[in-house]
Design a protein. Structure first.
Length: 319
């Protein structure tokens, strides 16, 4: 992977829609001015027909990979200032391999450094006391997006490590340019294999830390829900105490109200007036009103339940 300006994508990243890409944030919380994309480096060995058992090498880069080209140019031309040793005199192709893997491991190291800084900033947000529910949800989504990225990165690191290990013992380098280059190639790539192995371990640590942060956010949400449930239970208990007090007052005043209502009725048995209603008319009217009240309440309570039951049936029919 390499860093590119926003809006610039190498051919390999455009060819694969699922290729890994990400824009990290720095320690200040601001996004970096570049985006990480996957790219492709092709190293081609050409047989020299004029001289037997000799080869030439060509490196094919993407047109936008100017940083990789500049890095390889510096590594390849530094031999003008540093005298080559015996291995380098006979291992020009191995030298090209070593420089190419140096660029690859350097880019992966820069990627992992930015990723670790980005994840550290997200960890600070997760541990903040001012973590709001909306920020908690957005952070959880961002962490879930990182998990496939670590998988893609680990897969490519393992592929680069396997390639370097195979090249250290490849029979192609046994006799090139009139010398056995196996030892020189092995000496150049064995350190790169160790670096790639360390980078794979760092990528695994990033994946584990991401999982830990996701679990932490879920635990925080669980604690917040439990706290809200406790507060709701406390409020419900307070309401129950208030209702209990009202019920006690009702038991005290209800008999008094009933007695005063009975003695205040204009019925023949109490007033003795012939124009007043009899006692049985009161009971008939009271029972009728109670029946009408309970019937209306029953019908009113059934209407919302029927609507709730109809909605799932309509959803099932639509599906």
């Amino acid at each position: 992977m390499d860093r590119y300006d926003i809006g610039v994508k190498p051919t390999e990243a455009e060819r694969l829609a699922t290729s890994p890409c990400y824009r990290f944030r720095g320690s200040d919380g601001e996004y970096k001015p570049h985006v990480w994309h996957i790219t492709c480096i092709r190293l081609i060995y050409l047989r020299n027909d004029d001289y037997p058992n000799t080869f030439r090498a060509v490196i094919q880069l993407d047109p936008v990979d100017t940083a990789i080209a500049d890095g390889l140019a510096r590594l390849m031309t530094r031999d003008k200032e540093i005298s080559p040793n015996k291995a380098e005199e006979h291992a020009g192709l191995g030298q090209l391999l070593g420089h190419t893997f140096s660029i690859i491991t350097f880019n992966w190291t820069a990627f992992l450094i930015e990723a670790e800084s980005h994840l550290e900033g997200m960890s600070t947000e997760c541990l903040s006391t001012s973590l709001s529910p909306s920020l908690q949800l957005s952070t959880t989504r961002a962490l879930h997006k990182l998990l496939p990225l670590w998988t893609q990165v680990r897969r490519r690191l393992i592929a680069a490590k396997d390639l370097a290990e195979q090249l250290t013992t490849h029979p192609f380098f046994n006799s090139i340019n009139g010398a056995d280059n196996t030892a020189a190639v092995h000496a150049r790539l064995v350190r790169k294999v160790k670096i790639l192995d360390d980078q794979i371990g760092r990528c695994n640590e990033l994946a584990e830390q991401t999982q830990v942060l996701i679990s932490l956010l879920f635990n925080i949400a669980t604690v917040q829900d439990a706290r809200a449930a406790v507060e709701e239970s406390r409020a419900a208990n307070e309401v129950a105490v208030s209702v209990q007090r009202v019920a006690v007052l009702t038991f005290v005043f209800l008999p008094l109200t009933l007695a005063s209502s009975i003695f205040g009725m204009n019925i023949v048995e109490i007033t003795g007036g012939e124009s007043d209603s009899p006692l049985w008319a009161y009971f008939v009217l009271a029972v009728s009103l109670m029946a009408a009240t309970f019937g209306g309440w029953y019908l009113w309570s059934k209407v919302p339940l029927e609507r709730i039951r109809r909605r799932p049936e309509q959803v099932v029919k639509d599906v």
